[in-house]
Design a protein around this ligand. Sequence first.
Ligand SMILES: *[C@@H]1O[C@H](CO)[C@@H](O)[C@H](O)[C@H]1NC(C)=O
Ligand SMILES: *[C@@H]1O[C@H](CO)[C@@H](O)[C@H](O)[C@H]1NC(C)=O
Ligand SMILES: *[C@@H]1O[C@H](CO)[C@@H](O)[C@H](O)[C@H]1NC(C)=O
Ligand SMILES: *[C@@H]1O[C@H](CO)[C@@H](O)[C@H](O)[C@H]1NC(C)=O
Ligand SMILES: *[C@@H]1O[C@H](CO)[C@@H](O)[C@H](O)[C@H]1NC(C)=O
Ligand SMILES: *[C@@H]1O[C@H](CO)[C@@H](O)[C@H](O)[C@H]1NC(C)=O
Ligand SMILES: *[C@@H]1O[C@H](CO)[C@@H](O)[C@H](O)[C@H]1NC(C)=O
Length: 560
Amino acid sequence: MIGNILLTLPVIALTAHSCRAAPTEGKGWHFVQNGTTGIVALESIIVSDTLAIFFDRATNDPLEIDGHPAWGALYNLETNTASPLNVTTDAFCGSGSFLSNGTMVSVGGHNPVIPEAEDGRNGIRVWEPCDDPNGEGCVLFEDPEKLHMAETRWYATSLRIFDGSVMIIGGVHQVTPFFNDDPVNNVEFFPPKDGGIPRPLDLLERSLPANLFPRSFALPDGKIFMAAGNQTIIYDVEKNTETRLPDIPNGVRITNPYDGTATLLPLHPPEYIPEILVCGGTNTSDQLPMEELSSQTPASDQCSRMTLTPEGIERGWEIERLLEPRMMPEMILLPNGEIVIINGAQSGYAAIGTVKDTIGNNSNADHPAFTPSIYTPDAPLGQRISNAGMPTTDIARIYHSTVTLTQKGNLLIAGSNPNGRVVNGTQFHSEFRVEYLNPPYMTVERPQLSNVPKQMAFNSEFSVDVSIPSRLTQGDLKVALMDLGFSSHAFHSSSRLVFMDAQLSGDGKTLSIKSPPNNRVYPPGPAYIFLTVGDVSSPGVRVMVGSGATPPVEDQGVPI
Ligand SMILES: *[C@@H]1O[C@H](CO)[C@@H](O)[C@H](O)[C@H]1NC(C)=O
Ligand SMILES: *[C@@H]1O[C@H](CO)[C@@H](O)[C@H](O)[C@H]1NC(C)=O
Ligand SMILES: *[C@@H]1O[C@H](CO)[C@@H](O)[C@H](O)[C@H]1NC(C)=O
Ligand SMILES: *[C@@H]1O[C@H](CO)[C@@H](O)[C@H](O)[C@H]1NC(C)=O
Ligand SMILES: *[C@@H]1O[C@H](CO)[C@@H](O)[C@H](O)[C@H]1NC(C)=O
Ligand SMILES: *[C@@H]1O[C@H](CO)[C@@H](O)[C@H](O)[C@H]1NC(C)=O
Ligand SMILES: *[C@@H]1O[C@H](CO)[C@@H](O)[C@H](O)[C@H]1NC(C)=O
């Protein structure tokens, strides 16, 4: 045990080549279009280095399986091709997460509109770890009779917690046109706790009716932060208690159908102080009938940030402004600790056509935001958000679009369909084109990690081999442990970045890394390790963090 000796990140030893100026060739962010998704990618999760899973509503997607439209797809990130996934129940507007044993579960969904799909409202879909790069032989397991949730849930959040289980939060029992008029005011777990009896949660009742997909994060002490409507709490899973936190300021609401987004900022050793950032949404009252709402009402440009310590909560939310208002943005953590703010519309609302002046076939939102921004958490207030050097796309990514970081370190952007089914040839048609947002490091020589152990215990030290391009050897070094999260409805649940202390050997070829202290700082389960040197990040290497056992798992490691 080396305790807390390695508190600061060392500057890399100089080598013979270190005096060379860093070249500027190939610099810059780029949107690159490649491939099509076959189904609308309204949920997405990276399940291996080479594969992403997408889910859509069971309707009329062009990709077919067994002679009918598919509503699940495997997307191969090497070949940029989609193949159908055999899904039994309708996963429309569900969510998902990995468990501590590396299995991915997809939960919730819809009562289908086509006969080939079964009712997915209490669905649980199991994707076991898949080693084949093309997904050959890997299946999405379902047994709707025997394996299902206690409640029917559409629009529920899933989040991996400290014992490696998934907590499933809120939702609506079945179809409602816009607001949550048939709420599931409780949480349940998979695998089940409390004999499978859901636990009532006051927050869900208090925050009606715009409270779908509560933005929820596992905090480094194991408690859960949640935002629903304009309200926020900390929920203690072990004591089953809620502690209220200050409301998001200025009447801004951030949950569906008033989708803003939220993220837990990167956690740093040795204290792992949690900070929450919420951006976008709307300050429209949730008491207005949907027929009075307009697709032209500007969204909110407000970002609110709070440190979740007693002093931070006392200080309350700190406000900053996006460069444009955004309904349905997403925030994606990058390996260097910066955050990409991307997607969404500048006016209107989420959900499928219900407002008085829908656009195209059926969009409640208008004026897509085409240029991403970067949020730099460590910069001073007022200087954190910038789009300098960011490219602009012409593909709208509004309702039912997704974005996720990949193992390669770029962003996979897919989906968008504010329509009830696949619709072509109109404004805001169903979108099948894949676009990557490539950070500048995708076009330069990058650091590489190798000989990374497949499994990593908490509070332990391990060594990996590194190769660092000579022009970078004077750069600061950061090692990030990341959960790439599950993207659904402008929210990336379970996404997380924990920085790890690291020490480079004198010859610059070996990195000693100290893993997170315990299973609360990083909920046990799969992760990617990325090394950033200067401003260039390596591709990620997948590891299993913790024992890899089936949940619920015991506490591991040492307290902070
Ligand atoms: C919509 O467009 C996609 C992609 O261009 C195509 O594959 C599909 O068949 C079209 N669907 C309909 C319903 O027209
Ligand atoms: C698209 O992806 C294919 C398969 O990976 C690759 O061969 C091709 O170069 C890519 N095209 C672009 C424009 O990046
Ligand atoms: C999909 O699953 C169904 C039911 O389990 C099965 O009958 C069918 O053969 C499967 N199709 C494929 C292509 O695997
Ligand atoms: C949050 O919304 C409620 C109404 O639902 C309102 O009474 C309260 O003032 C709002 N809070 C803030 C800080 O705007
Ligand atoms: C609501 O947000 C809009 C758009 O950002 C802004 O112009 C307006 O002043 C806000 N209203 C209130 C009451 O805060
Ligand atoms: C949207 O497209 C569908 C299918 O083409 C059609 O049935 C529906 O009437 C359209 N809705 C609107 C609002 O245009
Ligand atoms: C992980 O745990 C889940 C829930 O118990 C189980 O369904 C799944 O088969 C397990 N996966 C592995 C790889 O053990």
